[in-house]
Design a protein around this ligand. Structure first.
Ligand code: NAD
Ligand code: TYD
Length: 366
């Protein structure tokens, strides 16, 4: 492998759901690359997700906050990072409704702190290198992982979001992600920092924290607890298997153009109520011994989320035509893998149902 291919990655939020899937994906696929994870280990971060990588020489875990300026500046210099893959965020809409302040801090101030550190580091190291050797310009990247929620809510027949859909965030979560996207964009246009933004649809798969729809419903089925569907259950999400997301980020890091945005979607629009029924059917088949059978008897409609976006849908034509990425799994295949994972990883999710989590649950679902 040539030197140009040996990257030095800083993965923020690498102990969370998508981040940890990405770190495993990357370490398997590119064993010569250095991977440094920076994660504050909030309630959503789980050090154990990465413990199987601890004996690798070119893997390092640092517990810390992306808002800690000195830590971030030093880490970039010390590790001579060329690629930031920025997942770290507060990521749950319901929590942003209960307490928005930490979303502003991590998602906006944290992203700003990383951008400043990367700009400084790139101006000292990356830009100097690329002046001499243009082949190395491609090495430096700041990849910002964002969400389709920044585009707001679609009516049932409206065309899916493209990269030029105007921003119209509706929750404190999506507004904070929109703010961070604007900052990232501005660092490319103003300073020339080689940033790229990806906006992806709802992810699902292994290691997702129990508060999100698919793990919450899967775990509640296993525990024989009610399945709380918000409102009329007709809201639509476009589901993307996390492994497909990681493969998309791979092509964006290697072949994406600085200054560009790429939408990433699974081409799987499903109404919430239909998704919950499908999960119930899968559980009926894979875990027939459960006390409540058929599982759909557990479904109940609860008070709607305030400001609940009706529909999200991603048009992923750009990444397909320019970077040759398409999702590999259908929703049926991905859901089966996911349900099997939650069935066989009780030791992973059971400790997460802590007293703090129960208090959160009571607040949202009371
Ligand atoms: P997650 O909540 O599972 O993980 C977030 C991680 O960030 C955790 O490990 C947490 O400890 C860490 N973190 C939080 N605050 C931090 C801070 N101040 N400093 C350092 N680390 C901190 O989130 P996820 O679902 O894996 O999402 C990852 C990224 O992808 C987020 O930026 C999110 O906005 C975006 N995204 C997620 C989805 C989805 O469906 N999950 C969809 C689109 C976009
Ligand atoms: P979620 O996983 O929280 O992702 P997001 O809000 O970012 O799309 O929710 C997915 C959909 O499922 C969303 O329309 C809200 C709905 N939902 C429920 O109906 N019940 C629940 O308990 C949860 C967590 C979500």
């Amino acid at each position: 492998m040539s030197l140009k291919e040996d990257r030095r990655l800083l993965v923020t939020g690498g102990a969370g759901f998508i981040g940890s899937n990405f770190v495993h994906y990357w370490c398997d696929r590119y064993p010569n690359d250095r991977v440094v994870v920076l994660d504050a280990l909030t309630y959503a971060g789980n050090r154990g997700n990465l413990s199987s990588l601890d004996d690798r020489n070119n893997f390092r875990f640092v517990q810390g906050d992306i808002c800690d300026r000195a830590l971030v500046f030093n880490l970039l210099q010390e590790e001579n990072i060329d690629t930031i893959v920025h997942f770290a965020a507060e990521s749950h809409v319901d929590r942003s409704i209960l307490g928005p302040a930490v979303f502003i801090q991590t998602n906006i101030v944290g992203t700003f702190t990383l951008l400043e550190a990367f700009r400084y580091h790139w101006e000292k190291r990356g830009r100097a290198t690329s002046d001499r050797e243009t082949c190395c310009e491609a090495t430096y990247r700041f990849l910002h992982i964002s969400t389709d929620e920044v585009y707001g809510s679609l009516t049932p027949d409206a065309p899916a979001f493209t990269e030029t859909t105007p921003y119209a965030p509706n929750s404190p979560y999506s507004a904070s992600k929109a703010g961070s996207d604007h900052l990232v964009r501005s660092y490319y246009h103003t300073y020339g920092v080689p940033t790229i933004i990806t906006n992806c649809s709802n992810n699902y798969g292994s290691y997702q924290f129990p508060e999100k729809l698919i793990p919450l419903m899967s775990i509640n089925i296993l525990l024989g607890k009610p399945l709380p569907v918000y409102g009329d259950g007709q809201n639509v999400r476009d589901w993307l298997y996390v492994g497909d997301h990681c493969a998309a980020l791979d092509v964006v890091i290697h072949r994406g153009k600085p200054g560009e945005t790429y939408n990433i979607g699974g081409n799987n629009e499903v109404k919430n109520i239909d998704l919950v029924y499908t999960l119930c059917q899968l559980m009926d088949e894979l875990a027939p011994q459960l006390p409540v059978h058929p599982c759909h008897k557990l479904i109940g409609f609860v008070k709607d989320r305030p400001g609940h976006d009706r529909r999200y849908a991603i048009n992923a034509t750009k990444i397909k035509t320019e970077l040759a990425w398409t999702p590999s799994l259908t929703i049926e295949e991905g859901l089966r893998l996911t349900v099997e994972w939650y069935l066989t990883h009780r030791d992973w999710w059971e400790p997460l149902l802590s007293e703090e989590y129960q208090a959160y649950y009571r607040q949202v679902y009371a």
